[in-house]
Design a protein around this ligand. Structure first.
Ligand code: SF4
Length: 641
C-alpha cells in the first residue's frame, strides 16, 4: 500500500517557523526509493535538530548501507523545533522523514542513534508526533519497531519502557542482519506478530529486547538480578564489532546539507577503538579493539568523498587520530596531494607531543596556523594518573613551546572538573598549567601575542568504564571549584589577560549522570520531564535542571532511591549494575582492578605498543588489535581540480 507524502500539508506550515529549509530534504546524495518495491523500511533518526543530526556519521553510514540493499529503504528524520512541533500538533501533521516526507509510523523500524542521553526527551516528542504509543507495551502490529543504537545504548535501561530493542556496537552488519530477519518474518506471514519478530531478534543474542528481561530489586533499591523471562533469550547480549573497516568504506556518498550544520566537511573515520585506557572515556572502552583503516582505503575514501560531495574540508576522524600507525604517511600523502588546491585537511586530535605538531604543520599547508588543541584532562599530575591520561607537565610545555615557536599563536586545552578523588588543588592546577603555557609561548616567540584557552567540562561517570562505580561530584562542588579557578585567573595580573576560560555549570552533568547510570525506574522521570515540556535537553537555552529535579522527586516518590542515589553514590564491587547483562567485551574484574588502580594513582600503558593487560576484549571478539604499518601506499592519486 502506497504512503502519501506529507509535504503539501507541511509546506503550509513552513513559512511560520524558523529555518524552514531544514525540513525540506532533497540534499545532494539523499535517496528516495520506491515505497512499494521495498519490503523492509527504516526511518533513521538522530534525535536532535537537523543542524546537529545531519552530519552524524553513524546515521549517514546506515542510511547508505540500507539503501543499497535491494528490498530495503531508509529515510531520515530529525527532531523538529518547538515552533514546528506546536503547528504540527495544531494541524495534525505527524512526524515525517525529510527524504520523501513519509509518516514515520508507516515504517517497519524507527532506528534512533543516541550519542548522548540528553536526546531521550526528543525521542518521546518524535514518537508522540508520529502517533506511536510512548510505551512499547502499548504498541500494535501497525507500529514500527523502535530500536536504539549509539553509545548511550550501552545502557538503554532508562529508556527500556519506550524502546522495543537496542543494539550495542557497530551498526553496519547488524542493520543488514535485522533487515533480513524482518524480511523473512514478513515473507512467512508475520508469525507471532510483534512479539514474534522481537523474539527472533532477541534469540540471536545480538539484539537486546528489554521486555524479555525482568529486573528484580532488593528492598534497599539496588538491583537483585536481571533475568530473561522467555526461553531462548540469552542472559547476556553481545556487542557488534566490524573487524575489517576496509570492507566498509562508508560514507561513499556523503550527504551535503541544505541548511547550516555544525560540521560542514567530509569526514573519514581512520580507525575505530582506542587502547590508551583513559578511565573516564566510555567511547575508548566500548569501541575496543583498535581496528585501523588502511592508508590505501583512507586515500581512496578522501578522493571519492571530495568528488561526490564537493566539500573542500576533510576531517580524519577517530578517538585519537594521531595514533594511527601510519598517520605520518597519511598526513604527508594527503598534504602533498592537495597542496595548492582549495582542499583543507583537519585532524581532530588531542595527543600532547611534538609529533602532533608536525602533523598539524602538514595539515596547515593550505591554511593559517591559528589554533591547536590538546587535552590533558586533569589539572594536576596526580589527577592525570588517576584518569590514566599519561601527559606530564614537561611533555605539555615542550609541546606548546614547539607549537608557538613554529608559528601557532593560540593553544586550547581541555580539562574536566569533578573527577574521582579530585580536590580543589587539582582544579587550581589548571591555572598553573595555563600560566606556564603562556610563559613558554612568550619565551619561544619573544612576543606577548600568544593566547591559551582552557575549556572545562563536568565529568560524568559512564557505564562500562572503570569509573562506573565512582561517586559523581555534586554540582555545588564543581561550581565552587570552577569559580575559584576563574577568580584565580582573573586576579592574575601577569598572565590572566592571555588566558581564556570556558566552562559550563555543573547541573547538566548531574542530569546526564542520572540518565547514564540509571535503571528502568528513571524512565518515569524522563516521561514526566517530557510531559512537563522538556525538549532539547542538550541545548542550554532549553535545559531546565529544576524541572528535572522536580519531576524526579515526584516520579521516585515511594521508591527507596533518589537522584543522589543514582549520581553521587559510590557503588560496591558486587552491586548488580543496570547494564551488567549487556556485554561490551570488557572483563568486569579487570574494570574493577583498573578502578582500584585509579584510586591508588597507578597507570596502565597503551596495549597497542606494550603487552596485553587482559581487559578481555580481544579474546571475547576472537581477535587481536589491528594496526599497521602495512607498507601499502596512499592511492589512488587522482588529480583534484
Ligand atoms: S585484550 Fe589486551 S590487547 Fe586486547 S584491547 Fe584488551 S588489553 Fe589490549
Amino acid at each position: 500500500m502506497s504512503v502519501e507524502s506529507l509535504f503539501p500539508r507541511l509546506e503550509a506550515l513552513l513559512p511560520k517557523v524558523q529555518k524552514p529549509i531544514q525540513y525540506v530534504g532533497g540534499e545532494l546524495n539523499s535517496t528516495v526509493k520506491d515505497w512499494d518495491e521495498a519490503t523492509v523500511r527504516w526511518a533513521l533518526m538522530y534525535p536532535d535538530a537537523y543542524e546537529v543530526g545531519l552530519p552524524n556519521q553513524g546515521v549517514q553510514i546506515l542510511y547508505e548501507i540500507l539503501n543499497e540493499l535491494p528490498e530495503t529503504l531508509a529515510e531520515r528524520t530529525y527532531a523538529v523545533w518547538p515552533d514546528l512541533e506546536r503547528l504540527m500538533r495544531a494541524e495534525g501533521v505527524p512526524q515525517f522523514t525529510v527524504d520523501a516526507h513519509r509518516p514515520v509510523r508507516a515504517f517497519d523500524v524507527l532506528g534512533l542513534s543516541f550519542s548522548t542521553e540528553l536526546g531521550y526527551t526528543n525521542m518521546l516528542t518524535a514518537l508522540d508526533l508520529a502517533g506511536i504509543p510512548l510505551s512499547a507495551a502499548d504498541r500494535g502490529p501497525d507500529d514500527p519497531i523502535v530500536l536504539a543504537g549509539g553509545h548511550a545504548a550501552f545502557n538503554p535501561e532508562p529508556i527500556a519502557d519506550f524502546i522495543d530493542a537496542a543494539v550495542l556496537g557497530d551498526g553496519e552488519q547488524i542493520a543488514i542482519a535485522i533487515s533480513e530477519v524482518i524480511r523473512e518474518w514478513k515473507s512467512e506471514g508475520e508469525p507471532g506478530g510483534r512479539d514474534g519478530v522481537l523474539l527472533r531478534l532477541a534469540e540471536t543474542g545480538g539484539v537486546y529486547v528489554p521486555r524479555f528481561y525482568d529486573v528484580e530489586y532488593l528492598p534497599d533499591g539496588r538491583i537483585k538480578r536481571v533475568v530473561p523471562n522467555r526461553s531462548g533469550v540469552p542472559s547476556r547480549v553481545f556487542k557488534h564489532t566490524v573487524m575489517d573497516l576496509d570492507e566498509w568504506p562508508y560514507p561513499k556518498k556523503p550527504l551535503v546539507p541544505l541548511a547550516e550544520t555544525v560540521h560542514e566537511r567530509f569526514s573519514v573515520e581512520i580507525f575505530r577503538g582506542c587502547t590508551r585506557g583513559c578511565r573516564f572515556c566510555q567511547a575508548g572502552m566500548i569501541t575496543r579493539p583498535v581496528r585501523e583503516r588502511s592508508i590505501t582505503t583512507i586515500g581512496a575514501m578522501v578522493d571519492n568523498g571530495i568528488r561526490e560531495s564537493g566539500f573542500s574540508e576533510v576531517g580524519l576522524l577517530s578517538l585519537s587520530s594521531a595514533d594511527h600507525s601510519e598517520i605520518g604517511e597519511v598526513a604527508k600523502g594527503l598534504a602533498d596531494r592537495y597542496e595548492g588546491s582549495n582542499v583543507s585537511l583537519s585532524l581532530p586530535s588531542t595527543r600532547v607531543d611534538a609529533f602532533n605538531i608536525d602533523l598539524a604543520n602538514e595539515f596547515s599547508r593550505n591554511g593559517r596556523r591559528s589554533g591547536l588543541t590538546f587535552a590533558p584532562e586533569g589539572g594536576s599530575e596526580r589527577m592525570r594518573k588517576v584518569i590514566n591520561k599519561m601527559v606530564s607537565e614537561e611533555d605539555l610545555i615542550r609541546t606548546v613551546t614547539t607549537a608557538y615557536s613554529q608559528g601557532w599563536r593560540q593553544v586550547k586545552l581541555y580539562f574536566m572538573c569533578g573527577l574521582p578523588t579530585e580536590e580543589d588543588v587539582d582544579v587550581l592546577g589548571i591555572a598553573d598549567l595555563a600560566r606556564k603555557v603562556i610563559q613558554a609561548g612568550r619565551e619561544a616567540t619573544g612576543s606577548r601575542d600568544v593566547r591559551c584557552t582552557v575549556s572545562i567540562g563536568g565529568f560524568v561517570p559512564k557505564p562500562h568504564t572503570p569509573f562506573q562505580w565512582a561517586a559523581q561530584a555534586d554540582h555545588e562542588t564543581v561550581d565552587r571549584r570552577l569559580r575559584e579557578l576563574r577568580n584565580t585567573l582573573r586576579n592574575d595580573k601577569q598572565y590572566g589577560k592571555a588566558i581564556g576560560m570556558r566552562y559550563h555549570d555543573g547541573k547538566p552533568s548531574i542530569v546526564e549522570g542520572l540518565l547514564s547510570r540509571g535503571d528502568r525506574r528513571v524512565g518515569k522521570i524522563i516521561q514526566a520531564v517530557w510531559e512537563d515540556g522538556g525538549r532539547f535537553d542538550g541545548w542550554s537555552e532549553h535545559f531546565s535542571y529544576d524541572r528535572w529535579m522536580a519531576c524526579a522527586a515526584k516520579a521516585l516518590d515511594g521508591e527507596p532511591v533518589d537522584v543522589d542515589w543514582y549520581t553521587v553514590r559510590e557503588r560496591e564491587e558486587h552491586e548488580v549494575l543496570p547494564w551488567d547483562h549487556l556485554d561490551a567485551g570488557l572483563d568486569r574484574e579487570w574494570l574493577w582492578q583498573d578502578w582500584q588502580d585509579a584510586v591508588n594513582d597507578v597507570e596502565v600503558e597503551d596495549c597497542r605498543w606494550t603487552p596485553c593487560y587482559d581487559c578481555g576484549v580481544c579474546p571475547t571478539m576472537g581477535t587481536e588489535i589491528q594496526i599497521g604499518p602495512t607498507g601499502r601506499k596512499l592511492l589512488p592519486l587522482t588529480v583534484v581540480s
